[in-house]
Design a protein around this ligand. Structure first.
Ligand SMILES: [Zn+2]
Length: 113
């Protein structure tokens, strides 16, 4: 389950950031998770419960923000919504769409106290 290693890095980064800021603990972790990424938000939450124990993020709330899929159509020269990886352009039906959003998993921001 790669969600486990993803959450390990997230919690590690959150705790390091809190430590550097001289904070006592992490209060909120906000994550951007693209709908086209191969990451299951429920699995993230499940792993987070296990990983945060004993860390500065032990009481932190994990908020997951789902990022919609979006791509750039080379044929239309437009940004279009993308329902699937390597999906067709909804405007022209061609498969020349480069994914520009929806594939991310990143920390949007943190609150520390
Ligand atoms: Zn197009």
């Amino acid at each position: 389950m790669h969600e486990m290693s993803l959450m390990e890095s997230v919690v590690e980064i959150a705790c390091e950031t809190a430590e550097k800021a001289g904070a006592a603990k992490v209060k909120v972790i906000r994550l951007d998770v693209g709908v086209l990424s191969h990451v299951d938000p429920d699995a993230l939450l499940f792993c987070y419960e296990a990983i945060r124990r004993g860390s500065l993020a032990e009481e932190a709330e994990l908020r997951i923000n789902r990022v919609a899929g979006e791509g750039w159509c080379l044929d239309c020269g437009k940004t279009v919504p993308l329902a699937e990886r390597f999906g067709a352009c909804p405007e022209c039906g061609q498969y020349h769409v480069q994914m520009t959003a929806g594939d991310e998993l990143k920390i949007r921001d943190l609150e520390v106290i």
